[in-house]
Write a protein that binds this ligand. Structure first.
Ligand code: HEC
Length: 150
């Protein structure tokens, strides 16, 4: 009898953990941020600096990623999902995300619009050089305002 209860409790605990793991908004938003980061800090940055040749397909892939990530990101900051409690993390989220929610979400919208409006303009290194800072300033501006270094 006791054994059966233990097994039942363990099964419920496992099921709950699985659901939380799948719907952890902190993990999910970091995944999207990293996906955008691989283009902004990686490929696009190297191409605009002339460290690697301009590749239209690669630039296009970046814009596809921005659109996909930015469609998901605003919903991945629900109330109570403050991050940075774990030791060893480099930054934590500021409470301002939830107190200045309109400004915070507006920044995602601005970036999404800038990305959509400028996608077709990027055809070579020169045009990428012009567009890159427009996008980059949204990333940096939001991080400066809404992230606190641990
Ligand atoms: C509206 C605000 C906002 C914008 C715009 C934004 N970010 Fe972020 N970013 C955040 C927040 C908040 C976090 C921290 C999330 C957390 O850990 O809870 C973050 C975290 C990150 C991380 C760290 C992820 C990790 O786990 O190591 C990277 C990389 C990143 N962002 C890249 C970008 C790039 C690239 C752009 C622009 C294309 C961008 N972000 C635009 C708010 C923003």
């Amino acid at each position: 009898m006791f054994f059966r209860i233990v097994i039942a409790v363990a099964a419920v605990a496992c099921a709950t953990t699985a659901v939380i793991a799948q719907s952890d908004p902190i993990d999910a938003r970091r995944k999207e941020m990293k996906a955008m980061g691989s283009h902004i800090y990686g490929g696009l940055n190297r191409m605009q600096r002339g460290q690697e040749p301009f590749d239209k397909a690669k630039a296009d892939a970046a814009f596809v990623q921005f659109a996909a990530s930015l469609a998901k990101l605003p919903a991945l900051f629900p109330e109570g999902s403050k991050s940075g409690a774990k030791p060893g993390e480099e930054f934590r989220t500021s409470d301002k995300i939830w107190t200045d929610k309109k400004d915070f979400e507006g920044r995602f919208a601005t970036l999404a619009k800038d990305a959509a409006d400028n996608r077709a303009k990027v055809t070579d290194v020169e045009t990428l050089k012009a567009v890159y800072p427009v996008l980059r300033k949204s990333c940096d501006g939001c991080h400066e305002t809404y992230l606190i270094k641990n």
